[in-house]
Design a protein. Structure first.
Lengths: 318, 492
């Protein structure tokens, strides 16, 4: 552990009857170990690697897991196992669970504000970002049982059939979260994906990973089933290609403007005809970053045909 | 429970059920000796100076020759489409746009019989199908989308949808006119202009459509139809001034296209291959289900991406279903596509016939039991008897890979969960079928099939209002209905 290099906001508490033998009775703060979140557990990366998350001034904030391809694979396995259960939950139940995440986040606001400030936000910015994140979860909680009626249709076919189309989740979504903020980007890309019944594997901001792991703790205490959301920390440059070419991933989300990476992701995605969603021009703090269209981006439309028996000549006249 | 039913009746074919030939007249089909490229409202000689033959797969006789567009021809077509988009089509009031599309729909209806004959001549499909399905549904598709042109804002609440620009569209040979309609109609209704390439084995009805488009006085350059093979398609996909690629075809080519447009701003929709499960429960009306299986796999010689090529039969009715299926197979008439009695026409091309034969060999090699009907086949042309394989494994190549021919594999199952697992165990996800008399079971199955179109107690039905498209490696995007609009619009 590179404990010595980690700067802390020293909350020093002196004992009232301090000794004079050189040992101060200052309380030593307990440092948090930032691990990753896979299948409802907090393992360290299987690779044993780490990197140091720093603020702009170069001060070390924490050691973060430098997740590997195998961590990603494990996370995809967890997400796939969770998909059947999550996608068939009642929409109302998913709605309550998203609302619960917002409740839990509200209760731990101070901790997130603290982490955002450590990661170079001003107190005002930090508070605004946490508030927006909470409100965004509430926003999508409300959509869970409504977007189906917006995007579903009953289709007036010209034959004697009852025909309707409904949105269904596409499956496992691999998300490279927005890299230039710690919380709001992460929440904004996760919420519509899980509101729509998908499961996901998310790569947090490389430079600002603290809130992502703390958010995993919020998820963990919000009745979100294991594996529905999996969060890794690490380097996009190393992991992007796996997020794009894993054969059991149905869609990949990328939020940066890096043209080389966009091309790489789109090329790799062709291996199993993944859906690619590029959100490269969105201000995540603004209201343009939330809409039911983000939910529909990771939905498939299923159309079902049923014959209508049409034997007698009776008409519904009244 | 199957025993309780009257399943002892057997069709008797001892006395020959002869049908007198009932051929549709070819005289209505006006086919030129040579076709040029339809660019900017005119038929233009190709810059490539090359032409290739299109033949009748039922007789192997040449029908006509069509231009082979090269990259320069593609560029010419794209330029025409761009100018038309900038100067005319993009500026035209939506209500007026709609009226041109309605015109095209009406003109197809007026010339429906001619279209049907040419479709069967060039592609080999039975006239009954081109007459009753391909051509009317194509006309209806234009009629349906015409009405959307001035109503787009109602389709996307809180959004202001905008056209994309020039759409490059590449279509397959199994439903030549219908696929052209599926591509062109929504693109025009949403205000885009089009460069469309029909398949090299079936270019004629698309070129006939070009004639109609010319007659309709649609502004020059709004629709350009250029013929050619893979290289022409590649030139469309790689053209830098195209905003949208819409492709229907094989999953292999779809992946190549998806890779090719990586790193560009082209929007893309893919409608690719399938390997649909058609599931029969023991409580299904068996005779009706057998008809559904036949229609599911032998419709259009099995050249259907959503064909019900994997049959799953509940164990308790396996013997009955197989017997009735074989009986029914014997009654299918394979032969002249222009004969109104024909059930199964010609395989679309020699190449496709070879592919199917390859799979028949693979199936036998894998240890499956092959059954083919005993019908006579015409001496000339590309024909294959309707075929079914029993004793196949989930891992058999004929079960896993799309054959695109009149070949059915049959597997059995005991429980709902087992068949759901087996049916979904494929990289494809285009369509599925379920046959049972129990409503709640239908909904259990239809919600759990990972496929874009699910038919319950019916199969292979299409309608302009009904969205069509796949999950997983069967592609993305929808064609048809309200959902078909977003493929051609910028909505976010």
């Amino acid at each position: 552990m590179a404990t010595k290099t980690i700067s802390k906001k020293a909350t020093t508490v002196f004992s009232s009857n301090g000794h004079s033998n050189g040992i101060t009775n200052k309380r030593v703060e307990v440092l948090k170990t930032y691990k990753i979140y896979i299948g409802g557990q907090f393992p360290r990366t299987e690779s044993g690697r780490y990197y140091v998350a720093k603020n702009k001034a170069g001060q070390a904030l924490a050691n973060a897991c430098l997740s590997s391809r195998k961590d990603f694979r494990d996370a995809v396995n967890a997400a796939r196992s969770a998909f059947g259960g999550w996608s068939t939950r009642a929409a109302f139940n998913r709605s309550q669970i998203l609302y619960r995440i917002a409740e839990m986040l509200e209760g731990r606001k101070i901790q997130f504000i603290d982490e955002l400030i450590k990661q170079d936000a001003t107190p005002t910015q930090a508070e605004a970002e946490v508030n927006t994140a909470i409100d965004r979860l509430i926003y999508y909680a409300g959509w869970c049982d409504k977007y189906q009626q917006l995007f579903g249709t009953v289709n007036p076919v010209a034959s004697s059939h009852f025909n309707f189309s409904v949105p269904e989740p596409t499956g496992v979504v691999a998300i490279i979260a927005p890299q230039n903020n710690s919380l709001i980007g992460l929440v904004s890309v996760i919420a519509p994906v899980i509101a729509g019944g998908n499961t996901c594997v998310v790569l947090a901001s490389e430079t600002k990973p603290l809130c992502a792991i703390t958010f995993a703790e919020v998820i963990h205490s919000s009745d979100v089933p294991s594996g529905v959301i999996n969060i890794l920390t690490g380097k996009p440059t190393e992991l992007i290609k796996y997020f794009a070419d894993h054969m059991d991933v149905n869609a990949t989300v990328y939020c940066e403007r890096d043209e080389t990476n966009k091309k790489l992701i789109q090329e790799k995605a062709a291996q199993n005809v993944k859906r690619i969603l590029l959100y490269d021009n969105i201000d995540w703090n603004s209201s343009e970053a939330e809409s039911p269209y983000f939910i529909s981006d990771t939905q498939e439309i299923k159309t079902t045909w049923h014959p209508i028996e049409n034997i007698g000549g009776a008409k519904a006249g009244y | 429970m199957a025993k309780a039913k009257n399943n002892t009746l057997k069709l008797n074919f001892d006395t020959k059920w002869g049908y007198s030939p009932a051929p549709e007249s070819k005289s209505i089909a006006k086919i030129e000796a040579k076709y040029d490229l339809f660019i900017n409202g005119k038929f233009e000689k190709p810059l490539s100076k090359k032409y290739f033959d299109t033949i009748n797969p039922a007789t192997e006789e040449k029908l006509s020759e069509v231009a082979d567009a090269n990259a320069a021809d593609v560029d010419k077509a794209v330029k025409a489409a761009r100018i038309a988009y900038n100067n005319v089509w993009g500026k035209m009031p939506a209500k007026e746009r709609a009226k041109y599309i309605y015109r095209i729909a009406r003109m197809i209806q007026e010339r429906a019989r001619e279209f049907a004959v040419i479709e069967s001549l060039d592609g080999g499909k039975p006239i009954r199908e081109s007459r009753d399905i391909d051509v009317p549904v194509a006309a209806n598709h234009f009629f349906y989308y015409a009405g959307w042109a001035d109503k787009l804002q109602y389709a996307f609440p809180n959004r202001n949808p905008k056209p994309l620009g020039v759409a490059g569209q590449i279509i397959p040979w199994n439903f030549p006119l219908l696929m052209a309609a599926w591509k062109i109609a929504p693109a025009l209704a949403t205000g885009n202009t089009v460069v469309l390439k029909p398949a090299e084995t079936t270019p004629l009805t698309a070129l006939k459509l070009a004639e109609i488009i010319q007659e309709s006085e649609l502004p020059a350059g709004v629709v350009n139809i250029i013929t050619g093979a893979g290289a022409t398609g590649a030139a469309i996909v790689n053209h830098s001034d195209i905003n949208k690629i819409a492709f229907t075809g094989s999953t292999d080519v779809g992946k190549i296209i998806q890779r090719a447009v990586a790193g560009t701003n082209k929007k893309i929709t893919l409608e690719l291959g399938g390997k649909a499960a058609n599931i029969i429960f023991d409580d299904a009306p068996i005779d009706q289900a057998v008809e559904g299986i036949i229609n599911g796999i032998y419709f259009n010689q099995g050249h259907v991406c959503c064909a019900g090529s994997r049959l799953f039969v509940q164990e308790s009715v396996f013997d009955e279903v197989i017997r009735k299926l074989k009986d029914r197979l014997e009654t299918l008439i394979v032969g002249d596509p222009l004969d109104k009695n024909t059930d199964i026409g010609a395989i679309n091309s020699k190449q496709q016939m070879e592919t199917i034969h390859k799979y028949l060999k693979i199936g036998e090699k894998e240890g499956a039991e092959m059954y083919q009907s005993n019908c006579p086949l015409p001496k000339k042309g590309y024909f294959i008897r309707p075929t079914l394989f029993t004793n196949v494994a989930q891992s058999s190549r004929i079960v896993q890979e799309e054959i695109f021919g009149p070949v059915l594999t049959v597997q059995t199952f005991r429980t709902d969960d087992e068949v759901i697992e087996k049916a979904n165990n494929t990289p494809f996800g285009l369509s599925a079928g379920v046959w049972t008399d129990k409503g709640s079971k239908i909904f259990n199955l239809t919600t759990k099939m990972r496929a874009g179109v699910v038919w319950a107690n019916t199969y292979n039905k299409f309608d302009p209002t009904s969205p069509f498209g796949g999950y997983k490696e069967s592609g993305f995007g929808r064609e048809g209905g309200l959902h078909g609009l977003s493929a051609y619009l910028n909505v976010h």
